[in-house]
Design a protein around this ligand. Structure first.
Ligand code: NOJ
Length: 532
């Protein structure tokens, strides 16, 4: 069977503001990424996904785009981007860009024009509505970043809808002109050599055309994200979005070998709809379950089985452990379990996505109040929703500012940087970075670990175990999510196996018929004898 590059491959997410700053303004840039490409290649990942690098007033750090077909001067120029594409290519890597179709910046020329008058030809590119009968917003829809999702536009006397900040007005995807313009954006970047797109909030693109109120959420408790006080029945995951998704896919299919990855936070039953009934949707609807699930072996075993069971025929799985919106894995589960998580991520069936810095065990960084950047934290303070802690500068070495920049970085560098950094972990045969490199190398060398079938192995307690198989190879993965040691017999599996990797990086055993797992240890064994 043959597989596409994005099925075998591993995606590495770079948050460009925080990766590497070459022009010493305290913010990462394309030249910085260029300088670190050898590092990326040396990790053994296959594709780099860059969070937005387009011109933007940075109200939401690039997720508010004012020009879809250029590069923000903070990051560089189109010429530099072309250089990056060439250098990425030279190293045999792929490049994925962030595509933000749901909303533009309020400074985008389209929106500036739309708000000029109710009759402007661009008016219907956005979502406008008269005030409610008694005045005030047209309905109860909430912004993801707090408060009403409607902003009153004084000069024209109407409200516009913004699912995020008021500086991020939502585009009207029911308007064919909007579809055509955004399709051309995809073509523009594909012609420049981009291999695919991660599509921002894909499940948001279509809203109810009757503007019905969202129902209250009976499970909502005070102190939770106020957004969840409602069920977003009429603002997200509308049936008509599927055709919008299929149309995007038709555009990327005009070019060979391109990929669409959809950012979709939905329960699995709904998530899988984004593959499309006949796989005409996105190739990879992002599977965020590992970002949100409680970290316990039983729950995770169950969610893997359910996910595998619900995938449509031919739908390719994928797994995400970290991103720029959620707490870092090392902070969620602790640094010992972060190693187990790495082994899980890189031995599951399907395409894994790694978040920059997780490979060296970076943690969430506490942000002093006067250094807060994230508009979400500023608008909904004190609930721990802010995303700055997981967006801090990459820790390259023990020099000032962790080698990220010679200037003061836009977000503080973690206190642990003199120990947790690429340079010192590179030299340490037992570091988490070494573990990531070994895992990535094994995954590359053995298709059983990427594309092979997944067979759960019945276990109890804090143990998660499974077999990955692609003839003629078979691997057994056993992950201890707890502190108690386990003794596992291989009798029912194969008879014997050989440990080829432990998360402790200190064993490489002769064939054994049983294996002892220490606290927080994961192992990969190559099974040496087939079941009779
Ligand atoms: C999802 C992105 O991941 C997040 O960072 C951003 O704030 C929102 N979409 C709005 O674009």
């Amino acid at each position: 069977m043959s597989y596409a590059w994005w099925q075998r491959g591993v995606v590495y997410q770079i948050y460009p503001r925080s990766f590497s700053d070459a022009n010493t303004d305290g913010t990462g840039d394309l030249r910085g990424i260029l300088a670190r490409l050898d590092y990326c290649a040396s990790l053994g990942v296959d594709a780099l996904w860059l969070s937005p690098i387009f011109p933007s007033p940075m109200a939401d750090f690039g997720y508010d785009i004012s020009d879809y077909t250029n590069i923000d001067p903070v990051f560089g120029t189109l010429g530099l981007f072309d250089e990056l594409v060439a250098e990425v290519r030279k190293r045999g890597l792929k490049l994925i860009l962030d595509f933000v179709p749901n909303h533009t910046s309020d400074r985008h020329p389209w929106f500036r024009q739309a708000r000029r008058s109710r009759n402007d030809p661009k008016r219907n590119w956005y979502l406008w509505h008269d005030p409610a009968a008694g005045g005030g917003p047209p309905n109860n829809w909430l912004s993801n970043f707090g408060g009403s999702a409607w902003e009153f536009d004084e000069p024209t006397g109407q409200y516009y809808y913004h699912a995020f900040l008021k500086e991020q007005p939502d585009l009207n995807w029911r308007n064919p002109e909007v579809c055509a313009a955004l399709h051309d954006v995809l073509r523009f970047w594909m012609r420049r050599g981009v291999d695919g797109f991660r599509v921002d909030v894909l499940w948001h693109l279509i809203k109810d055309d009757l503007w019905r109120d969202n129902p209250p959420n009976p499970d909502y408790r005070p102190g939770q994200n106020p957004l969840h006080s409602q069920i977003p029945l009429y603002t997200t995951d509308r049936p008509e979005v599927q055709e919008v998704v299929a149309a995007l896919r038709r555009v990327t299919d005009e070019f060979a070998d391109r990929i669409l990855i959809g950012e979709i936070y939905l329960p699995v039953e709904r998530l899988v709809a984004y593959y499309g009934v006949n796989l005409e949707g996105v190739q990879l609807p992002f599977n965020f379950q590992l970002l949100q699930a409680p970290w316990n072996a039983r729950g995770i075993a169950q969610l893997i089985d359910e996910y595998e069971g619900k995938l449509p025929s031919g739908g390719w799985p994928n797994w995400v452990l970290g991103n720029h919106d959620r707490a870092r894995i090392a902070s969620r589960v602790g640094i010992d379990q972060a190693r187990v998580a790495a082994m899980l991520l890189l031995t599951l069936r399907g395409t894994p996505t790694l978040y920059y810095g997780d490979e060296i065990g970076m943690s969430n960084v506490p942000i002093p109040t006067d250094r807060i950047q994230d508009p979400f934290e500023k608008r909904v303070p004190g609930l721990g929703l802010g995303r700055d802690p997981c967006r801090t500068p990459m820790q390259w070495d023990a020099s000032a500012n962790a080698g990220f920049s010679a200037a003061q970085p836009w977000l503080p560098v973690s206190d642990d940087y003199s120990v947790v950094n690429v340079q010192s972990e590179d030299a340490d045969p037992e570091s988490i970075l070494t573990l990531y490199r070994r895992l990535l190398a094994l995954r590359r060398a053995h298709p059983a670990l990427s594309v092979g079938i997944y067979e759960p192995v019945a276990t109890t307690g804090h143990l998660l175990a499974y077999v990955r198989e692609e003839s003629p190879e078979r691997f057994f993965v056993a992950l201890n999510f707890g502190e108690d040691p386990y003794e596992l017999s291989l009798e029912t599996l194969a008879g014997a196996g050989r440990i080829i990797l432990s998360t402790y990086l200190d064993r490489d055993d002769d064939p054994v018929t049983s294996v002892g797992l220490r606290a927080n240890e994961g192992v990969i064994m190559r099974l040496t004898d087939r079941r009779s």
